[in-house]
Design a protein around this ligand. Sequence first.
Ligand code: HEM
Length: 413
Amino acid sequence: MSDRPAAPELFTWEFATDPYPAYAWLREHAPVHRAKLPSGVEAWLVTRYGDARQALADQRLSKNPAHHDEPAHAKGKTGIPGERKAELMTHLLNIDPPDHTRLRRLVSKAFTPRRVAEFAPRVQELTDRLIDDFAERGSADLIHEFAFPLPIYAICDLLGVPREDQDDFRDWAGMMIRHGGGPRGGVARSVKKMRGYLLELIHKKREAPGDDLISGLIKASDHGEHLTENEAAAMAFILLFAGFETTVNLIGNGVYALLRNPEQRERLQDALAAGDTGLLETGVEELLRYDGPVEMATWRFATETLTLGGQEIPAGDPVLVVLAAADRDPERFDGPDTLDLARRDNQHLGYGHGIHYCLGAPLARLEGQTALATLLTRLPDLRLGADPAELRWRGGLIMRGLRTLPVEFSASH
Ligand code: HEM
């Protein structure tokens, strides 16, 4: 055995609070590392930028959990989504070409950058309304009062969920985010209610289409092919599911990073005051690189034995690409642990890479930019309302973000 220092402990409370020292160790000493996950499953963690980018684009790494060579005793208990075979789980993030190509092409016809751009005034209105609710108070919890409701209302609006039903979605999503890895009962009930609601909504929109994304999904056709109602429901669900907690954490982690880097935050505020949005655009990308919401890309499974970063990965083994580690790789980024909102050469992996590259990136950028610019402009003296050591992080396998973000500011009207 070598005399290298012992591997850091992963998936502990300290790791959720600050995983970056452990990632630096892995990149250096064990860039493709077999780790035991909290569920007991063993998976390969890929932490270097070059290997990560290669793995994300490697078609031998399938997204379909059927390729997992699961030990019999662990069947159904691995926590790998899709292994439970719920109806909503046959979606983009669990399938490979050619099915993936077909479904992605169909959804891309409805979920276009143009539709997102037209949605900008609504995101601004929602952002302002949420800030109005606490601006006079002088303090707030930015996760619960801002970062959490904004994306859920935004996606509901985009999908065409009537306003009067959106608080139900807020509750179901809240249950899913709070108990993601916890008690199954409440989460399963919330997913079931969401599915029931979405199927009914799809049915109604088929009868009376509107100008919304669900109507667009129903109408979308490709060489005469359409989504079935079940496929459309699974698609609406994955848009909610993939676009919700990610955006909560983009806003939460992003505001936190800005508050911890006052010089950078001041530069951004000055640029915004001068009407220059260039720094906002590069800044949101940098926040994604620096402390992005998706810690590890979703599961992949080796369909054949392959070699990655010099390590042999046997067929059937699960692989997790650690985006957060790759995006701090000093081989790829200058001063990777420094937040530089003006960073130019910034091909980060925060949205993934290859055929599963985030479909919602234009919406995430719109929400992230609107949220940060409006907060910093309307509450210019925004500051942390707690000692950073007291803040608690929610560290799942896939996602990482703050549980609460108490802030203070001069009350405004
Ligand atoms: C895929 C990140 C917001 C919808 C992905 C992937 C990443 C990611 C890393 C690839 C996962 C993999 O390869 O295993 C993010 C981040 C977001 C964000 C960091 C916010 C800051 C959104 C939003 C939506 C969305 C707002 C939609 C409303 C999707 C979908 C996929 C995806 C549908 C699957 C695409 C496919 O498999 O072809 N996202 N996402 N995401 N994202 Fe996002």
